[in-house]
Design a protein around this ligand. Structure first.
Ligand code: SRM
Ligand code: SF4
Length: 529
């Protein structure tokens, strides 16, 4: 029995409604909601429980819901992309989609009366949006180059799928894991550049060889070859109250045990995680309370076997790649092309085009990155030149300007009611203005996030901008806190807040100075004259 089921009237509002009715129960009520309409349905079902099937009520656009998918490892087929495009197409100007910071897609403009039809369409092409919001495990991230990269150590695709299948009962929904104390993020990387930001996940697996003679391996002094597996990191998270990088669990697992470890950690989080205060419910708070040793021992207990100590080093030894451009795959004669999608925003016609390009030039596969961009793999050498003449590449470029190239932005005030500022359009506007006045020799990773929830991950950026309320001439205005020092890839660490409360209208000159002082930017000659 879960802790939620055993507690009493002192539960917070969220625990109370979860105890009254499991969120996943709404899966059986979609037809009813569709005929009732969004205004008439139960308020808790509408505003909270629907998130268990990935449907988000948007107070900013009432009646036009958002749908968050699950795309394990950020991979989908052209058929699936076309179905997603058809869904948003029917909503005209209200319909669009965003590639998210978890290699995923969110659809907008959704009407409740269309849900039965939408879920049917998803089912036919193997798509699911189940358990993608509220107190569930989010989209599981993996290497965008899995199976393509000649330097990868492990192809993460199958493992990520297996973890998702375990958590969601193959996309059908799994009530074992629908009442966690809070959201939960899992990432797994098999490459050398930490493409998934392992350090900001509640549970992450990074490649590591268990070497000859290391404690826990054989121990009889006999020489054995290094074995591939993963070091485990736990407890990374961002929240308005606190941000922490994940810490080593001091445990190494072979690929075969990864799914079981995920299950063990999730069971502990579900049964023993802190539920009283939602601001203190993420996994790290439990680890703090217990201490790492007790937490590790509990994982072993649930796993039914002891864990080997971590390998002395992991294999993350590269700078992080952004994959924008044309690159050779490990398969001779094949290439993948990374298209830059400005702040991840897609419209139906873009999605149809991406699906078409993936089919005509590749093998129909489409991949997404945590930088909110698209990769089209498996394009033969002979077709690259024609591919590069496709009109879509004028918008989704392979060689964007250096600041545009690395720009990431959360949803912001256009659709998110937590937002303190508008983000995506403002981010694009300021970047264009800065590029008009500055010369840069290399990209600078700038991330925007509309509020302290940090969905746009400002702490991983070289320059992070977090929405806040500022004051100008005594009047409240939209502003940002500025973060700096985020490092990704090898030796990843989080950036910290360096300046608070800059009004957005004054931001451009502030960023200009930061780029000149810290990132080698130079004013263009025309600005001098
Ligand atoms: Fe997030 C809540 C959007 C990645 C931390 N996030 C929300 C909500 C659902 C709030 C809401 O109901 O309006 C946002 C939906 C807005 C909308 O209409 O799009 C939202 N989060 C996003 C996305 C779409 C940002 C993006 O533009 O890419 C990302 C969706 C990922 C996905 O596919 O599942 C997204 N959110 C993140 C990340 C980044 C990550 O996972 O790497 C974080 C920080 C990492 C973490 O969670 O530890 C993040 N989102 C939050 C939080 C703070 C969590 C906490 O423990 O306090 C909230 C608020 C909450 O859960 O109470 C939140
Ligand atoms: Fe919304 Fe804030 Fe997340 Fe941006 S950071 S999507 S504004 S909750």
């Amino acid at each position: 029995m879960t802790q939620a089921a055993t507690t009493t009237a002192s539960l917070n509002k969220f625990e109370k409604f979860k105890a009254e009715k499991d969120g996943l129960a709404v899966k059986e009520e979609i037809e009813k909601f569709a005929s009732l309409g969004w205004e008439a349905m139960d308020e808790t079902d509408r505003e909270h429980r629907l998130k268990w099937v990935g449907v988000f009520f948007r107070p900013v656009t009432p009646g036009k819901f958002m749908m968050r998918m699950r795309l394990p490892n950020g991979i989908l087929t052209s058929n699936q992309m076309r179905v997603l495009a058809e869904v948003v197409q029917r909503y005209g100007d209200d319909g669009n989609a965003d590639i998210t910071t978890r290699q995923n897609i969110q659809l907008r403009g959704i009407r409740i009366e269309d849900l039965p039809d939408i879920f049917n369409k998803f089912h036919l092409v193997g798509l699911t949006s189940v358990q993608s919001g509220m107190d569930n495990v989010r989209n599981i991230t993996g290497d965008p180059l899995a199976g393509l990269d000649a330097d990868e150590l492990f192809d993460t695709r199958e493992l990520v799928q297996q973890i998702q299948d375990m958590i969601t009962n193959k996309g059908q929904g799994n009530s074992e894991f629908t009442n966690l104390p809070r959201k939960f993020n899992i990432a797994i990387t098999g490459g050398r550049d930490n493409s998934v930001h392992a350090e900001i996940n509640d549970l992450a697996f990074v490649p590591a060889f268990k070497e000859v003679g290391e404690q826990g391996c054989r121990g009889d002094g006999e020489k054995i070859a290094p074995i591939f597996g993963f070091n485990i990191l736990v407890g990374g998270f961002f929240s308005a109250k606190r941000c922490e990088a994940a810490i080593p669990l001091n445990a190494w697992v072979s690929p075969e045990d990864v799914v079981a470890v995920c299950r063990a950690v999730l069971e502990i989080f579900r049964d023993r995680g802190l539920r009283a205060n939602r601001q203190k419910a993420r996994l790290m708070w439990l680890i703090d309370e217990w201490g790492l040793d007790k937490f590790r021992a509990e994982v072993e207990e649930r796993l039914g076997k002891s864990l080997l100590p971590a390998a002395s080093r992991d294999e993350i030894d590269w700078e992080k790649r952004d994959h924008i451009g044309v690159y050779k795959q490990k398969q001779p004669g094949l290439n993948y092309v990374g298209l830059h999608v400005p702040v991840g925003r897609l419209y139906a016609e873009d999605m149809f085009e991406i699906a078409r390009l993936a089919e005509v030039y590749g093998n129909g596969e489409i991949r997404l990155t945590v930088e909110q961009n698209v990769l089209i793999p498996n394009i033969p050498d002979a077709n690259i030149a024609t591919f590069l003449t496709e009109p879509l590449l004028n918008r989704f470029r392979i060689n964007p300007e250096p600041l545009t190239r690395s720009l990431v932005s959360c949803t912001g005030a256009q659709f998110c009611n937590f937002a303190l500022i508008e983000t995506k359009n403002r981010a694009l506007g300021i970047i264009k203005a800065l590029e008009a006045e500055l010369e840069l020799t290399h990209p600078v990773r700038i991330h925007w996030t509309g509020c302290p929830n940090s969905c746009g991950q400002p702490q991983v950026a070289e320059i992070g901008l977090m929405g806040t309320k500022a004051r100008k001439n005594g009047k409240p205005v939209e502003g940002v806190d500025i973060f700096m020092g985020g490092k990704v890839g090898k030796d990843a660490h989080l950036g910290t807040c360096v300046t608070k409360g800059i009004p957005c209208e004054d931001l451009q000159p502030v960023l200009r100075e930061l780029l000149i002082e810290h990132f080698g930017a130079r004013l263009k000659a025309m600005v001098h004259s």
